[in-house]
Design a binder for this molecule. Sequence first.
Ligand SMILES: Cc1cc2nc3c(=O)[nH]c(=O)nc-3n(C[C@H](O)[C@H](O)[C@H](O)COP(=O)(O)OP(=O)(O)OC[C@H]3O[C@@H](n4cnc5c(N)ncnc54)[C@H](O)[C@@H]3O)c2cc1C
Length: 392
Amino acid sequence: MHAGNSPHAEYDVIIVGAGPAGCSTALHLARLAPDIAARTLVLEKAHHPRHKLCAGGVIPDAERCLQRLGLDISEVPHVTASQAHFDFAGRGLRMRTRGNPYAFHVVRRDEFDAWLVRKVRERGIEVREGTRVKSIHVDDDIVRVETATGTLRARAVVGADGSNSVVRKAIAVEEQHTHVARALEIITPPRPETSSHVQTDSYFDFLCIPQGILGYVWDFPTQIKGEARRCWGVYDSNIAATEKEIPLRLALAEELRRHGFDLAEYELKGHPIRWFDSRNVFAAPRVVLVGDAAGADVLYGEGISPALGYGEIAAQAIRDAFARQDFSFQDYRQRVLDSPLGKSLRRRTFFARIFYRLRHPTVQAFIWRRLGWLVRIIVNTFLIDWTLWGRD
Ligand SMILES: Cc1cc2nc3c(=O)[nH]c(=O)nc-3n(C[C@H](O)[C@H](O)[C@H](O)COP(=O)(O)OP(=O)(O)OC[C@H]3O[C@@H](n4cnc5c(N)ncnc54)[C@H](O)[C@@H]3O)c2cc1C
């Protein structure tokens, strides 16, 4: 039973944002605390299927998060990246994910997120689209959620509203540091006749690091309405201040030129990615943050599996808050940090701080072309497969 459509209705939980983090929180609530889920409302400013700038790489951790919710990614249109190439200027190492005959799957986010929202509704949770949250105000016993169509009230609010989160802005007013990466993306047709890239593979090339862009240029296989496409982009973690010798778009343009494309012919779009730092604000009384609003991976800008993982931690924290009638969420930060997801994200921030400091081209070439064995050990042991840690 829902709390009703009256503008003054009161909910147990309002989740702001119906991306992977918001949907995962809702789906975990439905599993862990059906009573609370029945009095939960998800607010989404857009209408699904909505565009979300994202390369759509879904790694096995994300797949396992979905499986725990009884969801199967094969229901969503996707392509499979057979191998992931980690290169410096076109040469480096190739990886699959351990135990899999592929590296990862690639979805279009409009389709993937609309599918998740369908699953949320199928489990009886109300999702209200076309409702932008303007701000939230935390009182002693309630949170007021201001939307364009009126004020809603909830006993707890989940900020799942992405990297530009208004919920985060409301609770992290004193946060000093800004941890925001930037990514630019375009979609092209495949051009196997001019590109040296294997068309079933994905590529990460770190050639822009010496130029002060602390990230990589990527090329993934993808599809739009069943037609093969390539998704290209450039990621800059911004993890350290650098003199950027070239703008981001030029780094992408140069890589595209090497593969027979002219960037000027394509629509270039950019979006920030807020990344994880253990010093981030994760919660406040009656409010928890999930997904990009809390912080994604800084090393690669990988945020889908973290978004799905945060949802489980938030749902557990909400269930316990209602059981104890203690909505301080004082332990939420520790829950995040101690979780396998939190450990993986902490390590990724740690390695990113070291790795992106190594800006000399010879050093970068050496890492990817000669130290592949070490990279594989670090990635497989410390960074991915966190959904398997602590489980037999
Ligand atoms: C160019 C680019 C490429 C990327 N590629 C990958 C990749 O290949 N693999 C990967 O794992 N990650 C990738 N990421 C990161 C990934 O997209 C994010 O980490 C992920 O989308 C985070 O999910 P989320 O649910 O936290 O936020 P979002 O997906 O941003 O969802 C937030 C939702 O909240 C809604 N919303 C926002 N504000 C409000 C408001 N005020 N009121 C109501 N609703 C609101 C939005 O409409 C949206 O639906 C990429 C990011 C970028 C920018």
